[in-house]
Design a protein around this ligand. Structure first.
Ligand SMILES: NC(=O)c1ccc[n+]([C@@H]2O[C@H](COP(=O)([O-])OP(=O)(O)OC[C@H]3O[C@@H](n4cnc5c(N)ncnc54)[C@H](OP(=O)(O)O)[C@@H]3O)[C@@H](O)[C@H]2O)c1
Length: 332
């Protein structure tokens, strides 16, 4: 089969298309003919050995996918040959086939196309875990989402609306502001570009506070980090929940007096290891997410599609902050 492979540590330009042996489904696994693979920020890190997980080289990136079951390993009862599935692979799905634990996969509803399915489980799953399980977001609360036009961010906007929150979406450009409004955000704020000079730090804090209103944001979903985290924390409500989801702009240093001043919680969110702890977590959360998808409340947004041979370009486009919603690599 063909696969995009990382053979040396480096950026997307180091990835190469190769012919490698087909994988085989072992106990508890299914073999999936991959149709599409969603691109995620972790793809930009894992190929540079800068992610929390460091697979042995050579490996293929690709943390989520959709496809059709081609073979079933022993002990698997949840899927049959021919089933349409999507799954969370962490890496390995920018390839024509993947052998993966059946417990990492979910059946795709008939009405869901493969490209949307390939861009669904990781970003919506992360935002679901963040807002529902870690943030305990309640109907009527104000949710502030940073990086709201990216994969996890746009999913948080839509899930926040599905949960009844008032959603304030913070982004870097007018094009991204238009997109978040189209996906349901009640308000959109364009923040300055980090690193912040003292004046842009004050501007960003003022913009976020004004947009969140006099009580501030009850929940902040931070997928960006860097200089953006502190200004968002300054806009949090009394006893709010600040969700630490990602560091696209770097790992911030937070003055902890801000947590005391708002009596707020700073809450870590790590979706993959949450799934590792209980196989029910994926199926239960996917069931609610797919119910919302079927009702039209969740509308995956795919702004660019690349063939497998150009998967490196797909990752480079996301790393350059150019993704509007998701980018997908079409494989079959
Ligand atoms: N905790 C978890 O379990 C978990 C799971 C999945 C992903 N993540 C993390 O969540 C973050 C977002 O992932 P994603 O796949 O949604 O990424 P994405 O689609 O690229 O979105 C990230 C957003 O961050 C903003 N950003 C600000 N500064 C940036 C910079 N220097 N470089 C790139 N983007 C920058 C961009 O929005 P603006 O241009 O509007 O600022 C961009 O849309 C990543 O850090 C990822 O590792 C965490």
């Amino acid at each position: 089969m063909k696969a995009i492979m990382s053979r040396s540590i480096g950026g997307p330009e180091t990835l190469v298309l190769e012919e490698i042996d087909d994988p085989v489904a072992t106990d508890g696994q299914i073999l999936v003919r991959v149709k599409a693979s969603g691109v995620n920020f972790p793809d930009t890190l894992i190929i540079k050995d800068r992610y929390q997980f460091k697979p042995k080289r050579p490996f293929s990136p690709g943390a989520e996918f959709s496809g059709v079951v081609e073979a079933v390993g022993s002990g698997v009862r949840s899927f049959q040959v021919g089933d349409r599935v999507m799954g969370f692979s962490r890496w390995g799905s920018m390839a024509q086939k993947i052998a993966i634990a059946a417990s990492r996969c979910v059946a795709i509803p008939d009405a869901m196309p493969f490209d949307e399915a390939s861009a669904f489980i990781l970003t919506y799953g992360t935002s679901y875990y963040a807002l529902k399980e870690r943030g305990a977001l309640r109907s009527g609360e104000t949710l502030l989402v940073l990086g709201a036009a990216g994969g996890v961010g746009l999913a948080a906007v839509e899930i926040g609306k599905a949960m009844g929150a008032r959603v304030v979406a913070a982004v870097s450009t007018t094009e991204k502001a238009t997109l978040v409004r189209e996906h349901g955000a009640d308000g959109a704020v364009i923040y300055p570009t980090a690193p912040f000079a003292p004046s842009s730090r004050r501007d960003a804090a003022r913009l976020l506070k004004e947009a969140c209103g006099p009580h501030g944001a009850h929940v902040v979903c931070d997928v960006v980090g860097g200089d953006y985290s502190e200004v968002a924390l300054r806009a949090i409500a009394w006893e709010g929940r600040f969700l630490v989801v990602g560091f696209a702009a770097g790992i911030p240093q937070i003055p902890l007096n801000l947590a005391l001043l708002k009596s707020c919680q700073i809450v870590g969110v790590f979706w993959g290891p949450w799934l590792d702890r209980d196989t029910q977590h994926l199926s239960h959360s996917a069931a609610e997410l797919l119910k919302w998808y079927t009702s039209g409340a969740l509308r995956p947004c795919i702004s660019a599609r690349f063939p497998l041979a150009e998967a490196g370009d797909a990752i480079a486009q996301l790393a350059a902050r150019k993704a509007l919603g998701k980018i997908v690599v079409n494989i079959d």
